[in-house]
Design a protein around this ligand. Structure first.
Ligand code: XMP
Ligand code: MG
Length: 178
């Protein structure tokens, strides 16, 4: 496989389509086992997670629901700085087993700020499934319950992840060249 150029930056092949698909299946099998007899609600966070959500969810054999939300962060007036608001989150979270689907856990800031909003709606349980995590980039204490790949703190794109809007349609994952 060859490197690609997006917005003038060079990216090199990092995780193949086959590896990603195998991991989607593996995660779905784990969830199927863990939630046997339950009716979990998956909440996929747009935009980045849409391909992972689709490829993983198609292997879920439970009576599951899926919903898509968007998190918008803006400068708040509170002491914590940024505030994250969820668009498209409805009331069905109460008493449900909820599994959040993310593309990548980086600093952890986004989920750290959003999770309290979800907990306020009293889910029965709350777990996080993420395709990628950058453990050395973490600034906020959020840990994945279901994980695809641990990666170093380097920018990646492809498979839903973008660099300034481009690259989401690439079936595999590329890493920014040093
Ligand atoms: P935090 O830092 O809140 O970041 O955990 C979560 C969101 O930031 C985006 N992100 C990336 N997007 N390549 C991308 O294309 C990356 O390497 C990367 N790191 C973080 C992403 O939207 C994620 O949900
Ligand atoms: Mg994202």
């Amino acid at each position: 496989m060859e490197s690609i150029v997006v917005h003038g930056k060079t990216f090199v092949p990092y995780i193949s389509d086959e590896e990603i698909q195998a991991k989607c299946f593996e995660i779905a099998v784990k969830i199927n086992n863990d939630y046997k007899g339950e009716k979990p609600l998956f909440i996929a966070i747009l935009n980045g997670s849409f391909l992972f959500a689709a490829d993983m969810f198609r292997h879920i054999d439970l009576e599951a629901e899926i919903s898509f939300i968007k998190l918008v962060s803006y400068k708040g007036t509170t002491s914590t700085g940024n505030v994250v608001t969820a668009i498209g989150l409805d009331e069905r979270v109460k008493d449900r087993h909820v599994i959040i689907i993310e593309d990548i856990l980086d600093t952890g800031r986004t989920l750290y700020q959003f999770l309290p909003e979800l907990y306020n709606q009293n889910p029965k349980s709350l777990k996080i499934a993420t395709l990628l995590t950058k453990p050395t980039a973490r600034l906020f204490d959020v840990q994945p319950d279901y994980l695809g790949f641990e990666i170093p703190d380097k920018f990646v794109l492809g498979y839903g992840l973008d660099y300034d809007g481009l690259g989401r349609n690439i079936p595999s994952i590329y890493q920014l060249e040093e």
